[in-house]
Design a protein around this ligand. Structure first.
Ligand code: THU
Length: 130
């Protein structure tokens, strides 16, 4: 699957965003090691702290279907800036695949790519607990 295909899946998921408070819709498409793709959108809540980001919604879908190893995630928003993952999402992605690729796109379809360990250096993982 090309980067562009994965971004298109993230854009399609963005359409389901429930974001009445921020009005900032986000979609994510998570590609597993075996090629399966799971998507998610942001899901807000009147109790704002209960908000779920699109990336973590995609991780929840993938892990719930038995997948724990990821190659890439595409994150799409309709904003004019690239939508990079928040700190909590970086940590959650890193739990499963600390060196996966993160594609961040913006409204005009342009995107940037990072390795997750560049976005979350010196991360806390289960090795720290040994
Ligand atoms: N959001 C995401 O879904 N992913 C990100 O990477 C950044 C932020 C959502 C959370 C909230 O619904 C809205 O964007 C504004 O913060």
């Amino acid at each position: 699957m090309t980067d562009r295909n994965l971004i298109q899946k993230a854009e399609a998921a963005m359409k389901f965003s429930y974001s009445p408070y921020s009005r900032f819709a986000v979609g994510a498409a998570l590609e597993c090691e075996g090629g399966e793709v799971f998507t998610g959108c942001n899901i807000e809540n009147a109790a704002l702290g209960c908000t779920l980001c699109a990336e973590r919604a995609a991780v929840a879908a993938a892990v719930s279907a038995g997948h724990r190893s990821f190659k890439r995630i595409a994150i799409a928003s309709a904003g004019s800036s690239y939508c990079t993952p928040c700190g909590q999402c970086r940590q959650v992605l890193s739990e499963f695949s600390p060196t996966m690729e993160v594609l961040c796109s913006r409204a005009d379809g342009r995107y940037v790519s990072y390795r997750l360990d560049k976005l979350l250096p010196a991360s806390f993982g289960n090795e720290q607990m040994l």
